[in-house]
Design a protein around this ligand. Structure first.
Ligand code: DQA
Length: 161
């Protein structure tokens, strides 16, 4: 089954309760359930992680890189078709996270960066993203719909393969 990775960084596990005027009232589970339902209709699997620890997210990405991108190509092998990431606070700080994502570029796996809020309408320190220069697209300020939009873009790319 083709797979999309959905990665959520720190403080996104408390969505719904965390500053709902900024991040909305949906929980991360609500958002992921919606994404998984849409993916199921397309027979696509979503593998997700939310973690507050930078190194854990990088470990996950390294594992998925080895699993999907370096094993021998076989017929019917499950394929990684996209990555959707809300790096949260690490957006603005993490060279290591960017490096861990960048390896997927050599495999032409599209990477979409999602932010619930419009990071450009907020504090100056949020205007800089280490991830955007290596992302195929960035969605910021559309709330939870940003995740859905990114997923639909990945579906569209798949349909045109
Ligand atoms: C965020 C924006 C980041 O600046 C912030 O650190 C987050 C969430 C968003 O989804 O709007 O934790 O990525």
């Amino acid at each position: 089954m083709n797979t999309v990775l959905v990665i959520n960084g720190p403080n996104l596990g408390i969505l719904g309760k965390r500053q709902p005027h900024i991040y909305g009232s949906k929980t991360l589970t609500n958002i992921l359930d919606e994404m998984k339902n849409l993916a199921k209709e397309k027979k696509i699997k979503i593998e997700d992680i939310q973690n507050n620890v930078e190194g854990e997210i990088i470990n996950f990405l390294n594992e998925k890189f080895l699993e999907y991108c370096t094993s021998k190509k076989e017929v019917n092998k499950k394929r990684l078709i996209g990555i959707i990431i809300n790096p949260a606070g690490y957006t603005h700080t993490s060279v290591a996270l960017r490096d861990a994502l960048e390896v997927f570029k050599q495999e032409n796996i599209p990477i979409y960066e999602v932010h619930l809020s419009n990071i450009f309408a907020r504090e100056d320190f949020r205007h800089k993203s280490y991830i955007s220069p290596i992302a195929n697209g960035v969605v910021s300020g559309l709330g939870s719909y940003g995740y859905i939009a990114a997923l639909q873009k990945i579906f569209e790319l798949e349909e045109n393969v």
